[in-house]
Design a protein around this ligand. Structure first.
Ligand code: BES
Ligand code: ZN
Ligand code: ZN
Length: 496
């Protein structure tokens, strides 16, 4: 989708549709909307007076051939209360506008930012929203239901003096929106079309195009490195594992900046292994590689945005299958760190592959670690499909991430990882076991397991099991992979 800036006066904008937003207040027809209303001979005010236009969040009012305007359609989107309107709201509003017009076969439209939103940050939010909204999960449909992609959008609401600022925001927004979609495309792939080897090829191709260095470790190299936890999950599958290492190395890192390690779980399919999952909903376990895909999307964006921080993505990938050679409940495995692990449940495999990923990240010199993983069903019980679960060993670092989540408009909620929970993963025969003993706290005991491997390195764990997949579409986004956490992590790196 082409996205440009349109600085023409409102009344003279010729387009298939002009979209803007109205606030929920005693008079929603004010500012730029009043200006449009005057041009349209009071048509908007009449709708407001008739109660059809209220400004309630995501209310859609579409006028055809509004007299006095050059636009063929005028779309007014409810934006809620002005005091509560944030960048996140603006992103969703722009996305919802695109999807509303797209289902009406509009190919080109203009999105008008309201007075006060003429900033570079707003241009970025709108661009991100439009690009994420134009993405469809229909790659394997021969007849594209929503194949009527929007081809071109223009942003209005900036004058020529603000052009440079607006275009800077738009360029950033494009990189971030397209990187989020890169992640979503990978997460949507079924497991027969994205094995660990194929994921590694996709990562390599992306790295080549973006200008990142990329190393793929095969099963032999993984064995040489004694990654016993990763190998134990892979041994039940006919498909060999891979470990991807992508590095962004700025020519000049900022003094005192961290070396950030991004470790992502990439189980291309999780059957549960010998502790097999029930058939109901098992097909969804193709998205168990979302954490890894998140980190790849972040790296894609960083290559273009060029922060002054060194970042290494470490993505361990395997299937979790119940083959004849599969590991069995009760088996003891030795991780790369040398810690012994009693595998009580083979379905708690994500923490096993991440354990070796975390150890390897430290070996590569990372001073700060963040992992992302569709790790537990328990996080869905705790936070539903609304918030990402955040666990952290260093509060200052965790606060920084939570601030980035806010800035990026992604909901995240901190969970505890205090030592009292450590008791729950003590094994009778090994150093540690892979599931918690006792009642509840499944997402926390999973995090405690990872924390054990992070040692003294400041570490954050994001449990995205509830948020990486949308069962139902949103007004601003197709159903399927959400690409959650990509924007937050980009914001975090860019904030150093
Ligand atoms: N991949 C799953 C977690 C998951 C559940 C992701 C639902 C997305 C949606 C993970 O590997 C798993 O199976 N976890 C188990 C752990 C249990 C055996 C301790 C779980 O959450 O049930
Ligand atoms: Zn599992
Ligand atoms: Zn899993």
């Amino acid at each position: 989708m082409e996205i440009t800036l349109d600085t023409r006066p409102l009344g003279s904008i010729e387009t298939e549709a002009l979209a803007t937003y109205v606030f929920e207040q005693s008079d929603p027809v004010e500012g730029r909307v009043a200006e449009l209303d005057r041009a349209a001979a009071g048509a908007i005010r009449r709708l407001a007076q008739g109660g059809e236009l209220t400004g309630k969040t995501l209310e859609m009012t579409l006028l055809h051939n509004p007299a006095g305007l050059k636009a063929q359609r005028l779309l007014l989107i409810g934006a809620g209360k002005r005091e509560q309107f944030t960048g996140a709201q603006l992103r969703k509003t722009a996305g919802a506008a695109l999807r509303h017009l797209k289902t009406r076969s509009v190919k080109r439209f203009v999105f008008l930012a309201r007075e006060g939103d003429g900033t570079s940050a707003a241009a970025q939010s709108i661009t991100e929203g439009l690009i994420a909204a134009n993405f469809e999960s229909d790659k394997y449909k021969t007849e594209k239901k929503n194949g009527k992609e929007v081809q071109a959008a223009a942003l209005a609401g900036w004058d020529d003096a603000a052009r440079a600022e607006a275009e800077k925001g738009m360029a950033r927004g494009r990189v971030i929106g397209e990187s989020q979609n890169f992640t979503r495309d990978l997460v949507n792939e079924p497991s027969n079309r994205l094995t660990p080897r194929m994921l590694a090829q996709r990562a390599e191709a992306m790295a080549r195009e973006a200008g990142l260095s990329c190393e793929i470790l095969d099963e032999k190299k993984i064995a040489e490195l004694k990654m016993g936890a990763l190998l134990s999950v892979a041994q039940g599958s006919a498909e060999p594992p891979r470990l991807m290492v992508l590095t962004y190395n700025p020519p000049q890192a900022k003094p005192g900046a961290p070396v950030l390690g991004l470790v992502g779980k990439a189980i291309t399919f999780d059957t549960g292994g010998i502790s097999i999952k029930p058939a109901q909903d098992m097909e969804k376990m193709k998205y168990d590689m979302a954490g890894g895909a998140t980190m790849l999307g972040v790296m894609r964006a960083l290559a273009a945005l060029k922060p002054l921080v060194k970042v290494i993505a470490i993505v361990p990938s395997t299937e979790n299958m119940p083959g004849g050679r599969a590991q069995k409940p009760g088996d003891v495995q030795i991780s790369m760190a040398g810690k012994s692990i009693e595998v009580i449940n083979t379905d708690a495999e994500g923490r096993l592959i991440l354990a070796d990923g975390i150890t390897y990240a430290q070996k590569l010199g990372c001073t700060h670690l963040i992992d992302a993983a569709t790790l537990t069903g328990a996080i869905v019980v705790a936070l539903s499909n609304i918030n990402v679960g955040v666990f952290g060993s260093d509060q200052a670092f965790t606060d920084k991430l939570l601030a980035s989540a806010k800035a990026a408009g992604e909901k995240m909620w901190q969970m505890p990882v205090d030592d009292d929970y450590r008791e729950m993963i003590k094994s009778t025969i090994a150093d540690i076991q892979n599931v918690g003993i006792g009642k509840g706290g499944g997402a926390i005991t999973a995090a405690m397991f990872l924390k054990e491997f992070s040692g003294d390195t400041p570490w954050i764990h994001l449990d995205i099991a509830g948020t990486a997949w949308l069962d139902d579409p949103k007004a601003w986004m197709a159903k399927g992979a959400s690409g959650v956490a990509v924007r937050t992590l980009i914001d975090l790196v860019m904030s150093y």
